[in-house]
Structures are given as structure tokens and as C-alpha cells.
Design a protein around this ligand. Structure first.
Ligand code: PEP
Length: 252
């Protein structure tokens, strides 16, 4: 089977105002036009309406960076899947290590979010990854397998084949310290093997598994060429047009 379509997904985190976001997207549209990867940008909630309008007619898709699993109710400050879907969002990033660390997001919450996102007709990008201590203690595989196993509880084979997993070692996020292609490939292969154990190889060959952690214009090509790495979840470099262009075309 040929390799899955490469995805280059930007995670802007808490950066860019609605006006700055539209200015950026208007430039990115032209640059992304010839890309052979699927281009996604994960923007702050308040930028979503303007960005959805700005990407119309282009090959850029929009992701949210979080969501609540309940459809509505007394959850001050939260946003529902229905709100995102109606706004035109295609993907939702869940379980990012920053949300786990600063906002107490657990594997069980991520599982509920995945269910709700899929039920609303959007696609979750489920993040996982180990700390430096866990890597040094040799428990990376155990930790990542556990995170993904719980995140996928109750999902069907069809649903898992369609979703996206992002392996993001915490020690490589925003640190400029990228995992080597071999280190990233090793864990992405472990995740694919887990999906094969749970759902069979037909499913595991379809699920896209991204690498995230200081992906930049200089390392994207080698990372994305690895057999089990289907693209990148990109933080800092997705805020810069020249770097993100090289990543989505992965020719650097
Ligand atoms: C991220 O936010 O998911 C990320 C990988 O950030 P960076 O690329 O800046 O390390």
C-alpha cells in the first residue's frame, strides 16, 4: 500500500489576533496552492470565523485547538463541537501536552472529546508523548500506548482509520530540540502497531500519525520521509510564512 497523504498541521497556540490571522492566511493561500500535503492550521477560537472566510477557495483546512465534549450547558468559557462544526472547522486538536499540563486534560477527557468530535462530523488530531524523565526511564512505549489506548476507547475501526494521531515528545516541543528521524519513527511505529493490535492492519495502514516537536524547514523532509510518519504538527514554525511553506512542500 502506498503511504498515506502527508499532513502539515500548524498549531498557532495563543498567537495572532483575528486581523493578523487573516493577513497571514491571505499570504499562505498562494504558497499552499501547489502543495502535495494536506494543509491545516490550528487557530485560536476567536480567529475561526475570519479564517474560515479567508481560506474559502483554497486547499487550507482549519482546526480548533480544543473543544468541550458536552453539546451545551453550564460550562463557562467552553466551546462545543456543534459551535465549531457550524463555523466550518474540519479538525480539532485534543490532548496537546500544554492542555494536559496547564489545564488538567486527562486521557479520559480526551476520549470523551474524540467521541464528541467524531459524532459532530469533524476529525480529532489526538496528541500523545512522553516527558524527558519518562524517556530516560525507558517507559516511552508504555506511556504512549496507554495514552492512545484510553483515547481510542469505544471508537470503531472505521472511526480510527479516519482520525489523526500526533506523537509529540514533550521534551521536543518549543525547545528547538527535535527528535531524530529514527527516534520519531520508532514511536510512530509503536503507535501503528498498537492500532494494528486493537483494530487490525487494514485500519493501522490508514490512520495518519504525525510527528510534532520543533519541526522546521530544515528537518521536515527527513522526518516526513520515514515510513510511519505521515506529516507534522508544527508549532513555532507554522507562524512564519517562509518556514511553513517549506514544511508543507517538504522540500527543504
Ligand atoms: C506543538 O505545539 O504541537 C509543537 C510541536 O510546537 P513546536 O513545533 O514549536 O515545537
Amino acid at each position: 500500500m502506498s503511504k498515506r497523504v502527508i499532513m502539515a498541521a500548524g498549531n498557532w497556540k495563543m498567537n495572532k489576533t483575528p486581523k493578523e490571522a487573516v493577513e497571514f492566511v491571505n499570504e499562505l493561500k498562494g504558497l499552499a496552492a501547489g502543495a502535495d500535503s494536506e494543509v491545516v492550521i490550528g487557530v485560536p477560537f476567536v480567529c475561526i470565523p475570519n479564517v474560515i472566510e479567508a481560506v474559502k477557495g483554497s486547499n487550507i483546512k482549519v482546526a480548533a485547538q480544543n473543544v468541550h465534549w458536552e453539546a451545551s450547558g453550564a460550562y463557562t468559557g467552553e466551546v462545543s463541537c456543534g459551535m465549531l462544526k457550524e463555523s466550518g472547522v474540519d479538525y480539532v486538536i485534543i490532548g496537546h501536552s500544554e492542555r494536559r499540563e496547564y489545564f488538567g486534560e486527562t486521557n479520559e477527557m480526551i476520549n470523551k472529546k474524540a467521541r464528541a468530535i467524531i459524532d459532530s462530523g469533524m476529525i480529532p488530531i489526538i496528541c500523545c508523548g512522553e516527558t524527558l524523565t519518562q524517556r530516560e526511564q525507558g517507559v516511552t512505549a508504555e506511556h504512549v500506548r496507554y495514552q492512545i489506548k484510553v483515547a481510542l476507547l469505544g471508537l470503531s475501526a472505521q472511526e480510527v482509520s479516519n482520525l489523526v494521531i500526533a506523537y509529540e515528545p514533550i521534551w521536543a516541543i518549543g525547545t528547538g530540540k527535535t527528535a531524530t528521524e529514527e527516534q520519531a519513527e520508532e514511536v510512530c511505529a509503536i503507535i501503528r502497531k498498537l492500532i494494528a493490535e486493537l483494530y487490525g492492519t487494514d485500519v493501522s495502514e490508514k490512520t495518519r500519525i504525525l510527528y510534532g516537536g520543533s519541526v522546521n524547514a530544515g528537518n521536515a523532509k527527513a522526518l516526513f520521509a520515514m515510513p510511519n510518519i505521515d506529516g507534522g504538527l508544527v508549532g513555532g514554525a507554522s507562524l512564519k510564512l517562509d518556514a511553513f511553506e517549506k514544511i508543507i512542500k517538504h522540500y527543504a
